[in-house]
Write a protein that binds this ligand. Structure first.
Ligand SMILES: [Zn+2]
Ligand SMILES: [Zn+2]
Length: 220
């Protein structure tokens, strides 16, 4: 922190010279003006801002902030995002429905800890190998669809048509196109599927003791 350099201008009202801006003491860039701030402390706030222009910048916790524009240091930022993540997770856990693996109807699962999607076979393989996946959620799917009214609207908005052109479309046009699009999607895009985590369903895995009761008995 270097002392800021005040830049004075004559003030008619008081008949004195007053600071109208502060330059950074280090790089000499005009860094702040009291006019940017409101109230009695405007001058002090501008001086403070200019004195911090070239850093170092500090967080409320005492650690250094990476740049002037960061409000907190990296440690506090990480702590804040971990906290949000923990809250998000606690929210799911409290509200989610718990469904045993063999009763879950889908075949794709989301392993929250590893951030990866697993098929039913992969989940079963991992359980068999003793690598039980972490917290496992169900998934929902988005297929590929095309929306007739969006397509028609886009064409009318292309700029190639007169103002009332859409009124000249025959009755039933949207429905007919939708029907054709649905048929096309069913025929050509049925395999285009994207899975998303469904945080409302936690899939319960069989525990190892349930799985291997007999083997366990053999070992002893
Ligand atoms: Zn500076
Ligand atoms: Zn901090």
């Amino acid at each position: 922190m270097t002392a800021p350099i005040p830049l004075h201008a004559y003030d008619d009202a008081s008949g004195t010279y007053k600071p109208v801006a502060y330059a950074c003491g280090k790089c000499k860039t005009v860094a702040a003006s009291p006019a940017q701030y409101i109230g009695e402390d405007a001058d002090a706030a501008a001086r403070q801002s200019a004195s911090e222009h070239c850093g170092p910048w500090f967080c409320a916790c005492g650690k250094e902030r990476p740049t002037r524009h960061d409000l907190v240091c990296q440690t506090c930022r990480r702590a804040e995002s971990d906290k949000r993540e923990a809250e998000r997770r606690a929210g799911y856990l409290a509200k989610a429905k718990r469904v045993p693996l063999d009763e879950y109807e889908g075949d794709v699962f989301y392993d929250e800890d590893a951030s990866e999607y697993l098929t039913r076979d992969e989940v079963l393989d991992r359980i068999a190998e003793g690598e039980v996946p972490g917290l496992l959620f169900g998934t929902t799917e988005t297929g590929f669809t095309l929306d007739a009214s969006e397509i028609i609207t886009a064409e009318f908005e292309s700029g190639d048509h007169h103002e009332d052109a859409s009124e000249q479309l025959d009755y039933g046009a949207t429905d007919a196109l939708q029907e054709a699009l649905d048929a096309w999607c069913a025929e050509y895009a049925a395999k285009v599927i994207t899975s998303w985590p469904d945080h409302s369903v936690i899939v319960e895995l069989p525990t190892r003791s349930e799985e291997g009761d007999e083997e366990g008995a053999d070992e002893t």
